[in-house]
Design a protein around this ligand. Sequence first.
Ligand SMILES: [Zn+2]
Length: 126
Amino acid sequence: MAGENNANPDPAPLTGAPLTAAQVTPADIKLSLTAQTLAIDWQDGHRSEFELGRLRRVCPCATCRKERDTPPTSLRILNLPAGGGKIEVIDAELMGHYAINLKWSDGHNSGIYDYKFLRALDAEPT
Ligand SMILES: [Zn+2]
């Protein structure tokens, strides 16, 4: 076992205890375009259900993060849906075994929602 080290410890979790592999590994994923919901059954038995509008508001892509971080010093034309907005998910794609990519009706498709992000989001208040 010589040469082993922990040079790459996991980054600190957002909140609380680190998530286990089973907690961030989907057993089943159901995307409903009619209901605009994403339901994930995790391997630890927990079920998460997200409104897609909520996922758009927390879109992790660089463009949306920058938009959310812009201080309100000037007029901002927001393209984020206010609750029940018209922007909907029209398609989605699994990214390997770690994330889901949502494609929106306004053409936005750079949001990659990794499973750790989604599981941590599930623990936050809506
Ligand atoms: Zn985005």
